[in-house]
Design a protein around this ligand. Structure first.
Ligand code: ATP
Ligand code: MG
Length: 429
């Protein structure tokens, strides 16, 4: 026998037992974003590698070691997108979405990063994200954060914690950077290998280190918040005030710098205590210089991305999600002659009741066996056509989940019967 082919490490199949919960999460989040006026954008999974190295930053985890890049048949370097923001910016510039107008966009789909797979960290994972372009005030920052808070409420998640920080302006960051480099250079023995390399290329990223041995050094480092320029200070103060007025509690985390280079001013994360090192469920921030950096006109922007796998790990599937996909009715067809009559009936029912989930038995077999399968399917009703029913153009209806007597009906009356019988719990009308 030939070797069994398996899925690629860190890339998961989502099986029918999982998709109902995923669809619930996706629909809930999409609905919240759309009620705030965000419109969907879909961009290709493959982009020019340069898009990501120029935006995310050459000296970041993602670009240095996590991208799935390859050279195509033309010799071009392409990359499976590791995140959505750079793609939105590229598309927005290409289609002139940012000229003299505000854009609120959302996207959803798979992202790819070559990381060490573990719970909550995969090589293909899914994000739903939103981006607002053309607004520079702290009002949109607060609205975006309020929108994410509403997402958690709608999903019934109550213990996510909001962390915020401000990275200030580019100039303020540069001043802070030299202070940080001189502090870190004073403690060369406490720097791990990654940090030694980053000391002169991207020292701020050292603050984001996940290495426990580095925590003391990082905790005592000078704080970015003490170096903020006046405008960034005012922006941050306004944001905090708005969040307080909205009743959204937050924690200021001075070491929150985010793993991507393009952020300035507001950055935020929503974290859970339940997923260890994979506790960040949602991360975002302002990136006022990125559009220009990629070749567009200066356009202020802010956005975030939510990791869907991490969210689903926090949500146990409930009966409610699973019920959504069970068929309403199962059509049992006993004998060759029942097939053509049954198929015509089924197609007619689908014409009149477009919401009806009807599973037609295929493959023949004895009544008892078909009945077992009807029961297993989770359907509420079995509609039976056997020898007698064929002659009389009738069906027998059996209730599979309730103690009710079975009944005989003319085939012409089945759709009316289903409408009343199922209407109560499915909303079919
Ligand atoms: P982390 O610090 O956990 O590596 P990150 O800063 O690299 O996260 P972002 O690029 O900000 O993450 O992505 C936003 C969100 O997408 C994360 O908060 C997380 O929920 C999710 N995410 C990121 N990488 C992965 C991954 N490899 N597997 C699953 N989810 C991920
Ligand atoms: Mg990461």
């Amino acid at each position: 026998m030939s070797k069994i082919i398996q899925s690629i490490r860190g890339m998961n199949d989502l099986l029918p037992t999982q998709t109902p919960l995923w669809r619930h999460v996706e629909t809930t989040l999409r609905t919240v974003l759309e009620t705030y006026g965000y419109q969907e954008i879909r961009t290709p999974l493959l982009e020019a590698t340069e898009l990501f190295s120029r935006s995310i930053g050459e000296v970041t985890d993602i670009v240095e070691k996590e991208m799935f890049s390859f050279t195509d048949r033309n010799g071009d370097s392409l990359t499976l997108r590791p995140e959505g923001t750079a793609c939105c910016v590229r598309a927005g510039i290409e289609h002139s979405l940012f000229y003299n107008q505000v854009q609120r966009l959302w996207y959803m789909g798979p992202m790819f990063r070559h990381e060490r797979p573990q719970q909550g960290r995969y090589r293909q994972f899914h994000q739903i994200g939103a981006e607002a372009y053309g607004l520079s005030g702290s009002d949109i920052d607060a609205e975006i954060i309020a929108m994410t808070a509403r997402c958690w409420r709608q999903l019934g998640l109550s213990d996510l914690q909001l962390q915020i920080n401000s990275l200030g302006s580019i100039a303020a960051r540069a001043a802070y950077r030299s202070q940080l480099v001189s502090y870190l250079s004073d403690h060369p023995n406490q720097l791990d290998e990654d940090s030694q390399r980053r000391l002169h290329t991207n020292p701020l990223r050292i603050l984001d280190s996940k290495n426990p041995n580095m925590q003391e050094l990082v905790t005592n480092a000078p704080q970015l918040l003490d170096y903020l320029d006046g405008e960034s200070q005012a922006h941050f103060a306004n944001l905090k005030q708005l969040l307080e007025q909205l009743g959204i509690s937050y924690q200021i985390n001075p070491r929150l710098v985010r793993g991507l280079d393009y952020y300035n001013r507001t950055v935020f994360e929503w974290v859970t205590p339940h997923l260890g090192g994979q506790g960040t469920i949602c991360a975002g921030g302002r990136y006022d210089t990125l559009v220009e950096q990629i070749g567009g006109k200066p356009t202020p922007a802010i956005g975030f991305a939510i990791g869907i796998e991490r969210l689903t790990l926090l949500l146990a599937p409930t009966e409610h999600h699973l019920d959504n996909s069970a068929p309403h009715a199962y059509l049992i067809l006993v004998g060759e002659a029942a097939i053509s009559q049954g198929f015509r009936l089924a197609e007619g029912l689908r014409d009149t009741l477009p919401q009806l989930r009807l599973l037609t038995h295929c493959g023949g077999g004895k009544f008892k066996n078909q009945f077992k399968q009807a029961d297993k399917s989770g359907a509420r009703l079995a509609i039976v056509i056997g020898e007698e029913e064929i002659i009389q153009q009738q069906v027998t209806i059996k209730h599979l989940r309730e103690e009710k007597p079975q009944i005989r009906l003319p085939q012409t009356e089945v759709s009316g019967y289903l409408k009343t019988a199922l209407g109560n719990f499915t909303g079919i009308n």
